[in-house]
Write a protein that binds this ligand. Structure first.
Ligand code: OOG
Ligand code: MG
Length: 260
């Protein structure tokens, strides 16, 4: 096995066992950013080999709130699979996560392929719908601490995502107020403007970063634009909801699996 495959196996096992590992950067892996994306590719490849399907991409560190919280100031991206999707209103098993956090996001659904350097107008023209969304991140690293290469290798901490009802693609996303609640209590407030000034910029960046990696964003893909506020640590059990003005809401329940 190569160094890249070794690193991918460590991260994959950490996720499957819900057991944190040391940062790769502190465990003798000296990864460049390109190496880190190669590890991410191999890591997601292991999921695909188990039967999961690619459904889109997620952007990371698109807001100042997120960059500050994690001490990182570069845009990153990760790959989403159908195995990470939780239905709107559905349940996420807390036992399968290490130290999950949730963040309010906006999701785009592409109805046309998007590749390479595109303008905001071209990006918007490829969009078939926009939706309120939640992302659950769960770093595989102890204490949720990492270097940029570590977090890229770890598929940008992705764990699960929830997409609310799709809205018209021409919904103006410029500056929509949003509220994140846990058990009905407000835990974060913000605006879609926090996402690179306008969430469409995140879509433009996603097309560029995917193209740099030799990929296109294909029709049918979901693009998560990135957390609009700092992420909120999830308690052992939680009813989580995001409400975004004019876009609507998305929710899920985090906790022990219901047995019936
Ligand atoms: C990395 C993932 C960042 C976002 O929305 O900014 C991210 C992390 O914070 O662990 O998903
Ligand atoms: Mg996120």
């Amino acid at each position: 096995m190569s160094r890249v495959d070794d690193a991918a196996a460590l991260l994959d096992d950490a996720q499957r066992d819900a057991t944190p590992i040391r940062q790769l950067s502190q465990a003798g892996f000296d990864l460049s950013l390109d190496d880190a994306y190669a590890v991410q590719h191999a890591l997601v490849g292991r999921r695909l080999a188990r039967g999961e399907r690619r459904v889109g991409v997620k952007m990371g560190f698109t807001s100042v709130a997120k960059m500050r919280q994690m001490g990182v100031d570069d845009l990153i991206w990760g790959r989403l699979t159908d195995g990470m999707r939780v239905d709107d209103g559905g349940e996420l098993d807390a036992a399968r996560s290490i130290h999950a956090r949730v963040e309010p996001e906006v999701a785009f659904l592409l109805e046309r392929d998007l590749a390479g350097p595109v303008t905001a107008l071209e990006a918007l023209a490829a969009v078939g719908g926009v939706a309120p969304a939640l992302e659950v991140i769960d770093s595989r690293y102890a204490d949720f601490q990492f270097s940029i290469a570590d977090v890229v290798a770890d598929n940008a901490s992705s764990s699960a995502f929830v997409v609310g009802p799709w809205q018209r693609p021409d919904t103006d996303l410029a500056n929509l107020g949003l509220v994140l609640t846990v058990h009905g209590h407000v835990v974060q407030v913000g605006t879609t403007a926090a996402i690179l000034g306008h969430p469409v910029r995140s879509l433009v960046a996603a097309a560029r970063l995917a193209a740099d990696a030799g990929e296109s964003l294909l029709a049918g893909a979901i693009v998560m634009a990135g957390g609009a506020t700092a992420a909120e640590a999830l308690p052992a059990s939680a009813r989580v909801r995001v409400e975004i003005a004019r876009l609507g809401s998305a929710s899920f329940t985090f906790g022990p699996k219901e047995t019936s």
